[in-house]
Design a protein around this ligand. Structure first.
Ligand code: MTE
Ligand code: CO
Length: 423
């Protein structure tokens, strides 16, 4: 067998023979150690001295105890109580594009509804030929589809309008998750009910204590919306709307009604608290914009980041992050490590699905000096992610929602990372 050339010219045989010494590792750029003997490999480790637990010890598997820090977290002072609150996905600890079910951020207005699936019903009423009530079993008898979509709360990054606030992408960008849904097209159910010609709006209502409602234009409802009952292959989690939630691809999370119980067809949008006050964007001149449903293209470097500092010295390193757009896919992400003087096209890896998260990497040799790092997403419509200052010129500083500005991190020589803004 011939030796395949290893990165930077070292060969596999050279590595195995242990020819490289510790000091040389940095010079050649090889990241693996070859300064044997290393007791972690030469000694029998504790876990090899006894037989482990058998197959039935963990009927529903959970992560290693060493991963106990990878959890959803909230920011206690953000909301008055945890019932009408939010916690955040630990995006700094994840890779790839799929969010594990137990780590999907939660946003509830009236706490988690615990629904008995046998008592679950979905009603379609209003301007339809036939008012219908579906059981969960009824829903399972329609042709179903599998699609991965991101859900981003419109308030994601909302604390950052006036400047860098929260130190960690979990807190600044973690109101997002990306899940493979299984469900029935909303269109299929609406066709079953027969939408009347004047039916141009849909009111989606949740079964939770907040009875949250949102108006959705019929055009979107008939396009790509889903009535989903599975996430990443298993039943929805109670936190995410068990047994059924609405999926509104690319649009703000607030419209993705959980614990979905009723869909009413009407001829105009409904007016209620969520839509008329809370989810409205202000402009600098005091005017407001309503009906800003599509999530603009955005990206975030997840590592290195304040909660994920660089843990090694100079040499090869992997910078990675997420990018997404409510209008399509992300063909390109640019990365800078010198505050925008030079931009490098990142390497996209993994599936590129419509309105789904995209994973990017920038693999480079870190010289050990401080860096100012940023990422900039381009979406399939040609839209380029703006800087925070460009956004503020249009929207002022009193906005809360739809902040998709470029995030800046300052990386120190010791590898620590801080949320900053540069002029
Ligand atoms: N649906 C109901 N019934 N009740 C709610 O409080 N919160 C909304 C939306 N759907 C909510 C709801 C908001 S504001 C968001 S951002 C998403 O659900 C959050 O979905 P998640 O908890 O799966 O992250
Ligand atoms: Co929300």
């Amino acid at each position: 067998m011939t030796d395949s050339p290893h990165k930077n010219g070292t060969t596999r045989r050279g590595f195995l023979a242990g020819t490289a010494v510790a000091g040389a590792a940095a010079i050649t750029g090889t990241v693996a150690r070859a300064d044997a003997p290393d007791p972690a490999i030469t000694e029998v480790q504790p876990w090899a001295r006894y037989l482990g637990e058998g197959v039935d010890a963990r009927p529903y598997g959970t992560p290693s105890e060493h991963e106990a820090h990878v959890v959803r977290r909230n920011v206690e002072w953000l909301t008055a109580d945890p019932i009408s609150s939010v916690n955040f996905t630990p995006i700094h600890e994840l890779d790839g594009i799929i969010t594990p079910n137990g780590l999907c951020f939660e946003r509830h207005h009236g706490g988690i509804a615990e629904i008995d699936p046998a008592q679950y019903r979905l009603m379609i009423n209003g301007l339809v030929d036939r008012e219908l009530i579906f059981t969960l079993e009824d829903l399972m008898r329609f042709p179903r589809e599998n699609r991965a979509y991101f859900l981003e709360c419109a308030a994601n990054s909302g604390m950052e309008w006036r400047g860098a606030q929260l130190n960690g992408c979990q807190y600044t960008h973690g109101m997002i998750h990306n899940v493979m849904y299984t469900g029935v097209r909303l269109r299929t159910l609406l066709e079953e009910a027969g939408v009347q010609p004047e039916g141009e709006w849909l009111l989606a209502e949740g079964a939770d204590a907040s009875a949250m409602t949102r108006s959705i234009p019929m055009e979107k409802a008939l396009d790509d919306c889903m009535v989903a009952f599975k996430m990443n292959g298993e039943a929805l989690r109670p936190e995410q709307g068990y047994p059924v939630r609405l999926v509104v691809p690319g649009w703000e999370g607030n419209m993705w009604v959980k614990w979905l119980r009723r869909l009413e067809v009407g001829d105009q949008p409904w007016h209620h608290r969520e839509e008329t006050s809370k989810y409205t964007d202000l402009f600098a001149d005091g005017r407001a914009r309503r009906f800003t449903w599509e999530m603009d293209a955005k990206s975030i470097i997840t590592s290195p980041s304040p909660q994920k500092p660089i843990s090694h010295g100079p040499g090869p390193m992997v910078l990675t992050g997420l990018a997404w757009s409510g209008r399509g896919t992300i063909p390109r992400v640019d990365v800078t490590i010198d505050g925008g003087i030079n931009w490098h096209e990142a390497r996209m890896d993994g599936p590129s699905w419509d309105k789904s998260l995209h994973r990017f990497y920038y693999d480079f040799e870190w010289d050990g000096s401080p860096m100012i790092i940023q990422s900039r997403a381009h979406d399939s419509t040609g839209y380029v992610q703006p800087t925070k200052d460009e956004l503020r010129e249009v929207r002022g500083e009193n906005s809360i929602y739809h902040n998709n500005g470029i995030q800046t991190y300052a990386v120190a020589a010791d590898g620590s990372v801080e949320n900053v803004e540069i002029a």
